[in-house]
Design a protein around this ligand. Structure first.
Ligand SMILES: [Zn+2]
Length: 94
C-alpha cells in the first residue's frame, strides 16, 4: 500500500537535484528535503515558499523556482496514485 505517501524530486533545467518534496507516511506532514549536504528537512510549503518556491542550484549557481501551487498539485497527484510513489519536476531558472 503506497497510498498517502510520495516523493517529488526537484531538478534544475540541467537535471541537477535541488531537493525533494516528500511524505513518508500518511500521517506525516509534507516536508522539503534540500539534500543531506545542504540542510535539514522542514515543513513545506511555509510562508517563504508562497506564492513562489525558489531554491538555489548549487551546481549551476543559479536560482530555480516554480509556483508553490503548481508543485502542490504535482505532489498531490503522486500521493494519490497508489501505484506511483516518485515523480520528477523540473524547475525553470528564475
Ligand atoms: Zn543546475
Amino acid at each position: 500500500m503506497n497510498e498517502g505517501i510520495g516523493t517529488l524530486k526537484l531538478e534544475c533545467p540541467q537535471g541537477h537535484p535541488v531537493g525533494r518534496i516528500l511524505k513518508e507516511a500518511a500521517y506525516q506532514a509534507v516536508q522539503y528535503d534540500p539534500g543531506a549536504q545542504v540542510g535539514s528537512r522542514r515543513f513545506w510549503p511555509d510562508e517563504r515558499d508562497q506564492p513562489q518556491f525558489t531554491v538555489h542550484c548549487r551546481f549551476c549557481d543559479k536560482p530555480v523556482g516554480e509556483a508553490a501551487a503548481t508543485l502542490q498539485t504535482k505532489f498531490r497527484t503522486v500521493v494519490e496514485d497508489a501505484s506511483e510513489t516518485l515523480a520528477i519536476a523540473a524547475l525553470p531558472y528564475t
